[in-house]
Design a protein around this ligand. Structure first.
Ligand code: SF4
Ligand code: SF4
Length: 73
């Protein structure tokens, strides 16, 4: 049986136009939730993300947005 999805308060999204592809967020994430999408842009797997905010706090150019959970689902 598949466990029900957690109902987080926030989600984190990477804004591709601001991202400098530095990989800092990818190195910070302990849940393997950050990946390179279409061989070009860093992205966050919303199913793996535990909303710890490590990537959000580490991004040097503030390319990661915190949005209400429903907006990213
Ligand atoms: S830390 Fe910020 S700039 Fe660097 S890859 Fe992640 S989102 Fe992009
Ligand atoms: S919020 Fe935490 S778990 Fe989610 S992508 Fe960022 S570092 Fe990974």
């Amino acid at each position: 049986m598949v466990p029900p999805k957690k109902n987080f308060k926030w989600s984190y999204l990477i804004e591709a136009s601001k991202c400098k592809n530095c990989a800092t967020c990818w190195l910070e994430c302990r849940d393997d939730a950050i990946y390179v999408e279409d061989n070009a842009n860093y992205a966050i797997d919303q199913d793996k993300c535990q909303r710890c905010a490590r990537c959000y706090n580490a991004c040097p150019v503030e390319a990661i947005q915190r949005v209400p959970f429903e907006a990213a689902s």
